[in-house]
Design a binder for this molecule. Structure first.
Ligand SMILES: [Zn+2]
Length: 339
């Protein structure tokens, strides 16, 4: 599906949400408080109270957490001078973001989430926010990023949000770009993404049907395997079959379905259609958004029931050994060859 069309729709829905969400009115909430002159004018008690409040309120961006805030008060009271020096550093011209980022861990309960919110509250045109929501939402948007809140991912968040802001200037800055993440992980945004994923699955299904009818059915297993390997090693996005262009991904899925004889790799079921074809689904073991590849050993051919069982359950004791994949889903063990 056209990614641009999908994002256009999401951003326009987000714009409607933004107007009524507290995020918009809170954008400049700390404008006069988080400044060098204000913070340095505070007494020790006021300083501690301010940061205790900031952590309790999650900087009005994330939830605070009762236990974390009390632990945090102990941290700053005990290590006051260092903590004060640390939070004033970003106001200093000599400030190095990477070094500062790597020092966050020295202050328990002032985690990467709240620390990057603090930076963002200093200057939302300069510093992105990175918490679990950020990483989760970017992932949902199809960006390749893991769930670790480390420096590498912070640079990636910046890069991805720079792209988004340049494509959609209504996002304005990293604060508003982060609000988009909140929108996406909330119920309405989730539904919106699911709708679009369904459209994409539907469109891929249609294309795969078409490919099935344009490719030979009589190939034996070895010939199919050769085609799969050729296709895995091909880096192009598209492939032309008898004058018509298709996504290479869809072509590969069709070849793998044929290679697996349209049979569910978990329960062995085949679903016949009245026209003599069979219906079956393909899914990635390691999701593409997590760096998973379009390869025979990362694809499972599953019936719709097993596919949903696989999607909606925690994968317990997942193993990949000598081309055999095994996993426990909802208390039952499933095992299949990926050769
Ligand atoms: Zn099945």
């Amino acid at each position: 599906m056209d990614r641009k069309k999908y994002l256009d729709k999401i951003i326009s829905e987000f714009e409607d949400w933004w107007v009524n969400d507290p995020h918009s009115s809170n954008m400049d909430y700390y404008k006069d408080m988080i400044t060098h002159s204000h913070l340095t004018s505070l007494t020790k008690k006021e300083f501690i109270d301010f940061f205790y409040g900031f952590v309790s309120d999650g900087g009005l961006v994330q939830s605070g957490g009762e236990r974390a805030k009390n632990e945090f008060r102990k941290t700053i009271s005990k290590d006051f001078d260092n903590f004060k020096l640390f939070v004033l550093k970003p106001f200093n011209g000599q400030f190095t973001l990477k070094d500062w980022f790597n020092q966050i861990e020295n202050y328990p309960n002032f985690g990467v989430g709240i620390a990057t919110i603090f930076l963002n509250r200093i200057d939302y045109n300069k510093y992105p926010i990175m918490n679990n929501k950020t990483l989760n939402a970017l992932n949902k948007l199809g960006y390749k990023i893991s769930s670790t809140k480390n420096w590498t991912n912070y640079e990636l968040v910046k890069k991805y949000q720079d792209n988004l802001i340049s494509d959609y200037p209504v996002l304005e800055n990293y604060y508003k770009a982060d609000a988009l993440n909140h929108f996406l992980v909330a119920e309405f945004g989730q539904e919106l993404i699911l709708d679009y994923q369904q459209i994409e699955i539907f469109e891929n299904g249609l294309e795969q049907n078409d490919i099935e009818h344009r490719t030979e059915n009589e190939l034996d297993k070895e010939e199919l395997l050769n085609k799969i390997i050729d296709c895995e090693n091909d880096n192009s996005e598209e492939i032309t079959i008898k004058g018509k262009t298709y996504k290479r991904h869809n072509y590969l899925m069709v070849q793998i379905k044929k290679y697996r004889d349209y049979k569910c790799q978990f329960c062995s079921k085949k679903i016949p259609k009245s026209n003599g074809d069979y219906y079956i689904e393909a899914c990635h073991i390691k999701a593409k958004s997590r760096g998973g590849k379009d390869r025979l050993d990362n694809i499972l051919i599953l019936c719709p029931n097993c596919h949903k069982l696989f999607d909606f359950n925690d994968r317990v004791d997942e193993k990949m050994k000598n081309d055999t994949y095994s996993v426990i889903l909802n208390g039952k063990k499933y095992k299949t060859s990926l050769k």
